[in-house]
Design a binder for this molecule. Structure first.
Ligand SMILES: Nc1ncnc2c1ncn2[C@@H]1O[C@H](COP(=O)(O)OP(=O)(O)O)[C@@H](O)[C@H]1O
Ligand SMILES: [Mg+2]
Length: 367
């Protein structure tokens, strides 16, 4: 049963004020009180808000007249008690309310909790309850008072957004899976095609291309398997990448060993793919060119991130070193142009030295 303060007339508020003037003092006070109550009731209804108060010693409750309406309680037959309230709460959320109350009691702080109630027609309504306990002089809780508000619309919107996001994540994961599969098909096609090639030089070219395709496929595989669809853990990526290269060239540790020293660095997909392709070229070169038969080869790869979040990537080997007059930008046709282009794309720098084998140092700024 709702009470609204404005019932009739063009300006009922003015009307009521005029009425007050003609009443006795006591009657005026009663009327004013009734009027305030009506206003409060109107405001609470408009805000879909109720208030309540539980006497923890008697177990009795009092609540605003619109409480039964919000909670779908039977207006006449329900006694005002905590049990009557709890009977409306979704069974899965009852414990949550209890736990939150315990926490509030322990910390002696006001608290709020969100839960579902089930209306008589089976519909779910979401409630946010903000409450506080009051204590006697000995510090024992004597009553609990709160304000509840209907947050169903907000909750449903949140659930819709969450479901939509989840759906998009699943789709994105599926796309990464497909991209990885497609790249694998490209790699197999290159493999098939290479079976008809006799020239070792051409075969080498095919193998290099396969490795590049594989380097990109690993990124998509990693994204498909991870929970984070926008960032790649570079250390994990480098491990898979180098493992693949050592497998392709059937390298055994007795001949060439690989030492990895990798910080935990995460990069966006594009930057990770560029880094992967750079590493692929440099390790590929070390495996192919650095060592002669008698060398016990060592390839070292370190990845560090400094305080300003810049990344340093060092790829070194203890091999024969670069040919004399070797210069970075104009050296060999494709591969170093590719490395240079990728470094530039990352707005990084590349340096090298051949004091003891070959060492490339790449610095990449990160934001
Ligand atoms: N780590 C290395 N150790 C020794 N020589 C290297 C190394 N990396 C590159 N080179 C030399 O630089 C040349 C150019 O390399 P690159 O541009 O990658 O072409 P490719 O690998 O097809 O020969 C190689 O042929 C090789 O002589
Ligand atoms: Mg090369």
């Amino acid at each position: 049963m709702k009470k609204y303060p404005i019932e009739q007339g063009e300006d009922p508020a003015q009307q009521k004020r005029l009425d007050f003037a003609s009443l006795s003092n006591k009657e005026t006070q009663v009327k004013r009180l009734e009027f305030s109550e009506e206003q409060l009731s109107f405001a609470l209804d408009a805000a879909r808000m109720v208030f309540w108060d539980w006497n923890l010693q008697t177990g009795k409750a009092s609540w605003s007249s619109n409480f039964v309406h919000l909670y779908g309680l039977d207006v006449d037959s329900q006694e005002k008690s905590y049990e009557a309230f709890l009977s409306t709460v979704h069974p899965e959320d009852r414990q949550l309310i209890e736990q939150d109350a315990q926490k509030s009691l322990q910390s002696k702080r006001d608290s709020s909790v969100e839960y579902r109630i089930i209306l008589p027609d089976g519909k779910i309504r979401w409630i946010r309850s903000q409450y506080k306990f009051f204590y006697d002089e000995q510090g024992n809780p004597v009553k609990k008072t709160g304000i509840d508000i209907d947050i169903t619309e907000r909750k449903l919107a949140e659930i819709k957004i969450k479901d939509g996001l989840k759906e998009k994540e699943v789709l994105l994961q599926e796309i990464h899976h497909r991209v990885k599969n497609n790249l694998q098909v490209v790699s197999s096609l290159l493999d098939l095609q290479s079976m008809h090639i006799d020239s070792p030089t051409l075969l080498e070219v095919f193998r290099d291309f396969q490795n590049r395709v594989k380097a990109m496929a690993i990124v998509h595989q990693q994204l498909y398997e991870s929970n984070n669809l926008s960032q790649i853990n570079l250390a994990v990526y480098i491990r898979s990448l180098t493992e693949n290269l050592f497998q392709v060239y059937s390298i055994v540790p007795a001949k060439v060993s690989l030492i990895l020293d990798l910080d935990n660095v995460s990069l966006k997909i594009d930057a990770a793919i560029s880094c992967g392709l750079i590493i692929n070229e440099l390790i590929n070169n070390a495996i192919k060119h650095a060592f002669n038969e008698s060398t016990q080869g060592v390839i070292k790869l370190s990845l560090t991130k400094d305080e300003s979040k810049n990344i340093t990537l060092i790829v070194g080997d203890n091999g024969i070193g670069l040919p004399e007059n070797w210069e970075l930008p104009n050296s060999h046709p494709l591969e170093f142009q590719l490395v240079n282009a990728l470094v530039q794309q990352l707005e990084g720098t590349i340096e090298y030295n051949c004091y003891c084998g070959t060492k490339f140092c790449i610095r990449i700024p990160c934001d």
